[in-house]
Design a protein around this ligand. Structure first.
Ligand SMILES: Nc1ncnc2c1ncn2[C@@H]1O[C@H](COP(=O)(O)OP(=O)(O)O)[C@@H](O)[C@H]1O
Ligand SMILES: [Mg+2]
Length: 331
């Protein structure tokens, strides 16, 4: 069996805000094994980014974190600020939605990649330059020698995101966290960036946590999917199994809302009615009950814990769907 690289269990994040407490992540649990690409999927506001930031202590001071984040055998929630700073970038690297805001506008691409290498790996200037060039090749940037001398504003959005991925890969991290890496990009270049994450993972051995609100983009690139709703991880499965037999009604809703050219032509996306609730504290109920076609009294009074569902993979639902949708999906 492939060793587990990251094991998140019972992770909760509570923010103290002017309006009172806000429970952004509520006992989330999932794992990532070595070399695996895992997609964390859910609508906006479900707690995906907060989960990602909680892994390495990136949250602001008004956040209380509970639960466990084990990475390569170490408990990260107990690590000192200094240790976490060194883990970030070297062992766990991040790529965010908006590449321009993460790049320094006054430094050339070569300088920025070189600085990461010198900071984390004590690379000499010459070694850093060589490696920066190799990294641009790895992320599919043509004419790397020329690009290294350019500034971020001289690159297209897609190229900038490739540079961000190159910087993230610079120190050969074991885990790359990509938070909505294509959301700010033109649709025509999104697929290329996602393919790059997949191939970079294969080439470097890094695991990837791909965060997206769009279940439609994960089918081709992820090995497994973790579905998150209102701070909870509600379904976790291999991609094939999830698309063939989605068990949580929320996952089914997301699949219905997957943009699909045929549907778009026939009148737009089907959306899940209602909104993601903002939780003040943990509730003893299914948080999806208000939007769920299958909800009953049990759902409104008892929290469904995650357990193996009808398709074999874990699902947190009192009434998981049992039918296989493969036939339906192709009609
Ligand atoms: N710094 C913060 N202070 C207070 N609330 C926050 C903060 N960051 C995020 N939140 C809240 O936490 C919830 C989850 O947010 P987030 O993880 O960003 O969602 P997602 O990435 O799934 O769209 C949201 O309700 C958001 O408003
Ligand atoms: Mg987010």
């Amino acid at each position: 069996m492939t060793p587990t690289l990251l094991e998140v269990s019972g992770l909760s994040v509570r923010f103290h805000t002017e309006d009172g407490p806000l429970l952004a992540v509520d006992a989330a649990s999932f794992t990532i094994t070595d070399g695996e690409v895992v997609a964390l999927v859910g609508e906006s506001g479900c707690g995906k980014s907060v989960t990602a930031m909680a892994l390495t202590g990136l949250l602001p001071r008004n956040a209380d974190v509970e639960g466990s984040v084990r990475f390569a055998g170490r408990e990260l929630t107990n690590e000192s600020h200094r240790r976490l700073v060194s883990i970030r970038g070297r062992d766990i690297a991040y790529v965010f939605q908006e590449p321009m805001s993460s790049l320094n506008p006054v430094l050339t691409v070569g300088r920025q990649i070189g600085e990461v290498l010198r900071r984390h790996q004590n690379a000499s200037r010459a070694a850093a330059e060589r490696r920066a060039r190799d990294l641009l090749v790895l992320v599919g940037i043509p004419e790397p020698a020329r690009r290294l001398r350019e500034y971020p504003h001289q690159l297209s959005g897609g190229m900038r995101q490739r540079v961000m991925i190159a910087m993230a890969l610079a120190c050969r991290p074991r885990l790359l966290v990509a938070d909505e890496p294509t959301t700010a990009l033109d649709v025509t270049i999104q697929a290329g960036i996602l393919d790059l994450l997949r191939s970079a993972s294969a080439e470097t051995g890094a695991s990837v946590l791909l965060i997206t609100h769009d279940l439609g983009v994960v089918a081709d690139i992820a090995d497994r999917v973790v579905v998150m709703y209102a701070g909870r991880t509600v379904e976790e499965s291999t991609v094939d199994n999830l698309f063939a037999a989605p068990s949580h009604p929320y996952t089914r809703g997301l699949l219905g809302a997957v943009p699909n050219p045929a549907r778009r032509a026939s009148g737009g996306l089907r959306e899940i009615p209602g909104l993601v609730p903002v939780l003040r504290s943990a509730v003893d109920a299914c948080t999806f009950a208000d939007r769920c076609p299958s909800a009953d009294d049990q759902c409104r009074t008892h929290r469904p814990e995650s357990r193996p569902g009808p398709a074999g993979h874990p699902v947190a639902c009192w009434h998981p769907a049992t039918d296989d949708v493969r036939a339906e999906a192709h009609d």
